[in-house]
Write a protein that binds this ligand. Structure first.
Ligand SMILES: [Zn+2]
Length: 469
């Protein structure tokens, strides 16, 4: 007797794509078998005829219930809102950040996240650690304990991102501290996430544009520039080569970033690149629109040529994951900043991510189904230490399974989306292929556009043993 069997689908497994049946028992996948070879004694049979069956999406980069930069004590949308929307879009695991602010230690940062998430999430979740500013020897020495506890990835910034008067706490980790952190990351088989921009260049451009009275938001790409990404990525990969540390560059936005990753990888270095779905679908020309700041995510959108390079990196090779940098605020907060110094970054993208990648990647650019799964799920699981529990349709893996209807053509409007947010940059986007069923650990949670399961079953998933995608 099996709990559930999925039949007749085109299934994407680590060993290839084929017409197989999937057996689920409890929370796990127990078999991937030739059609009609599994027992008929089944609790439920799901007919996946005409559907593509993939592992649940993994969102490696989200800011959930996180403090909003700028005035007021605002926070981005909470786990229950983001995770529910994510499941409607086929994403079953979300990763956000436990932030070690100056004055608190890592256990306090983890405790804060646990309180925010436990019992509040519809999807499964894990946390990266985030270190800000100077890293004390005590923090460095304690790091391995947290890595062993399931926090296998650490994020840092090489820039303060915003100008000094807009920055509540210094974020930038300087090169000496970065070196010491990389030694620890290497020694304990963890992963380092880097928001990599050259702070000198970024701060210089804030001042220069102010002097020239060119600080309107649509000049954001002149502050967070291609050159800054180029210089900073190369500095970081140099230190990575000295220390042997792996590096995962978050939100790669420029062709120069992809080139720097490619050069490092050609030397055999474990260096990876993430881009964002809004970076692939929009560019700095969109900043010129009325309220064009709505497209902004830090560092910045770049040129149409960069946008093309990002698609090449996603569809073919050069990049490893597509993320959202989810940062869901109200429209009022999103558009309140009007200059390069004070715009609000990020948007609500978790629900659109899988559908955008399928529509634009598979349906319109010929991306293979295997590559789609790598980019939306398997690579993130491997790089962040969740594989093969997550990111695979294989015996022993969690039964996080998504059915995509490849023929579903729909123009999505704000009313179709499931976040409470009062705007979306995906409003009016034409999708060609979209998830129609989402399952988490064997439970069908979304079916035919409606919620179909229990609420709040999301679990913390410890991250361990990062591996090469
Ligand atoms: Zn981010």
């Amino acid at each position: 007797m099996l709990d559930l069997v999925i039949r007749n689908g085109q299934v994407v497994t680590p060993w290839g794509v084929g017409d197989w049946d999937i057996a689920v028992q409890g929370e796990k996948i127990v078999a991937v078998a030739a059609p009609n070879t599994l027992t008929d004694e089944v609790g439920r049979v799901i007919d996946a005829g005409g559907k593509v069956v993939v592992p649940g999406g993994i969102e490696p980069h989200a800011h959930i219930a996180a403090p909003v930069m700028g005035p007021g004590n605002l926070k981005t949308a909470p786990p229950e809102e983001v995770s529910r929307a994510a499941l409607f879009g086929g994403t079953t695991t979300l990763m956000d950040f436990a932030i070690q602010y100056p004055g608190i230690d890592i256990p306090a940062a983890i405790q804060e996240r646990t309180q925010v998430w436990r019992g509040q999430s519809y999807a499964d979740y894990a946390h990266h650690l985030m270190l800000l500013g100077d890293i004390s020897p005590q923090i460095l020495e304690s790091l391995h304990e947290h890595i062993e506890d399931g926090f296998a990835s650490v994020k840092i910034f090489t820039t303060n991102i915003r100008p000094p008067e807009m920055t509540s706490e210094p974020r930038m980790v300087r090169m000496g501290h970065l070196h010491d952190l990389m030694e620890q990351i290497q020694r304990h088989d963890a992963m380092l996430l880097v928001h990599s921009e050259d702070d000198d260049m970024v701060q210089h451009m804030y001042q220069k544009l102010a002097r020239e009275e060119r600080s309107e938001w649509w000049n954001m790409h002149l502050v967070h520039s291609n050159e800054s990404e180029d210089v900073s990525f190369r500095r970081v990969t140099r230190v990575a080569e000295w220390t042997g540390s792996p590096v995962y560059f978050v939100h790669v936005s420029a062709k120069e970033g992809i080139a720097a990753i490619g050069e490092a990888r050609s030397k055999g270095m474990p260096v990876y690149g993430e881009t964002l779905h809004n970076y692939c679908c929009f560019n700095a020309e969109n900043y010129q629109e009325e309220y064009g700041m709505k497209y902004h995510t830090y560092p910045s959108l770049k040129s149409p040529e960069d946008q093309q390079s990002l698609w090449d990196g996603i569809v073919h090779s050069g990049l490893h994951t597509i993320a959202t940098d989810e940062y869901c605020t109200s429209w009022e907060v999103k558009i309140r900043g009007r200059t390069v110094r004070d715009v609000t970054g990020g948007h609500n993208g978790a629900e659109a991510r899988m559908g955008v990648t399928y529509s634009e990647g598979v349906s319109r650019r010929g991306m293979s189904l295997q590559r789609f799964v790598d980019i939306t799920s398997a690579n993130a699981a491997k790089i962040m230490g969740l594989y093969p529990r997550k990111g695979a349709i294989a015996p022993g893996s969690d039964a996080d399974i998504v059915l995509i209807d490849p023929d579903l053509k729909r123009k999505v409007t704000l009313a179709d989306l499931h976040s409470d947010c009062d705007y979306s940059i995906w409003n009016g986007w034409d999708f060609e292929g979209f998830p129609v069923m989402t399952m988490v650990r064997g439970q069908v949670l979304v079916e035919n556009g409606a919620w179909a399961g229990p609420e709040g079953i999301g679990q913390f998933i410890p991250a361990r043993a990062v591996s090469e995608p």
